[in-house]
Design a binder for this molecule. Structure first.
Ligand code: DC
Length: 254
């Protein structure tokens, strides 16, 4: 039996009428992307990395030789974005991350990217559920997500992870520089007026500083199970409840 079917059975959910949405937010290099991707894999859900959307807008604006802070330019790019035509490997650099964070502070850009994200949440390609990661998924994009997790880690730990990621292509990179750029980006993401980075009131915090990736994914999976189990009796999920319960099976599989 697939893990999601076991999880549904363990919590006592019947067939779900609409797809389950798991929102994963958090700052750069907190581990949220890897956790979200792995959660989607083990549950058979579809995964959307919303940072790619902002990175694609930032990268395209830079390609046009313009500043990512120019509202008109960034908005036009966001409104006409064709993700399929962009090779995602060009989006990984810190220069593009910085541009992404700048275009992300423009309300019109965020509005232009909302429909795509909400449509994905409601209609994930395989129809079971969606795991969506970003900065404002639980607060703005899908405020009624079934599960919300806010992933954090200490600044130094995040900078070290990012340094290890970027170093192979940038032999001259210094860890201190990565740390100060990461802090600057966090500040911009947290202090912008529209959809700032912050945990939703009903998000569960997951601190990953001391966790390896397998432990972090297992912890996230336990949060998903616990939250769905608690919500089973809430009106939205009540219709799905069948009352079957095999609570320990999931933890063993994870
Ligand atoms: O997750 P990431 O590092 O790929 O995101 C790049 C930038 O995009 C990040 O600094 C802020 C912005 N972003 C955002 O504002 N809202 C999202 N949902 C995702 C990313």
């Amino acid at each position: 039996m697939a893990l999601w079917d076991m999880l549904k059975s363990a919590i006592g959910l019947k067939e779900t009428p609409a797809s389950i949405v798991i929102a994963i937010d958090g700052p750069a290099a907190s581990g949220k992307g890897t956790i979200a991707r792995r959660l989607a894999e083990v549950l058979g859900f579809d995964y959307l990395d919303t940072g790619v959307l902002y990175r694609a807008v930032g990268w395209t604006v830079l390609q046009h030789g313009r500043s990512p802070s120019i509202v008109f330019e960034a908005t036009r790019v966001a409104e006409t974005l064709k993700l399929a035509s962009i090779d995602e490997t060009v989006l990984r650099s810190d220069e593009v991350a910085d541009a992404a964070s700048k275009v992300a502070a423009i309300p019109e850009v965020r509005t232009a990217l909302l429909d795509h994200q909400r449509h994905f949440a409601k209609n994930p390609p395989r129809g079971r559920g969606a795991v969506i990661d970003g900065r404002d998924i639980g607060t703005v994009v899908i405020p009624d997500a079934h599960v919300k997790i806010f992933v954090t880690a200490r600044d130094e730990v995040r900078a070290h992870r990012r340094y290890l990621d970027l170093r192979p292509d940038n032999p001259d990179l210094r860890e201190g520089q990565v740390l100060s750029e990461l802090r600057a980006r966090d500040r911009r993401d947290m202090e912008r007026a529209t959809a700032p980075l912050k945990p939703a009131g009903d998000a569960i915090l997951l601190e990953t500083s001391e966790l390896d990736i397998d432990s972090a994914v297992a912890a996230a999976l336990a949060i998903v199970e616990r939250t769905l189990r608690q919500k089973k009796s809430a009106p939205g999920l009540q219709a799905m409840a069948s009352g079957v319960g095999r609570p320990n099976e999931i933890q063993k599989q994870a």
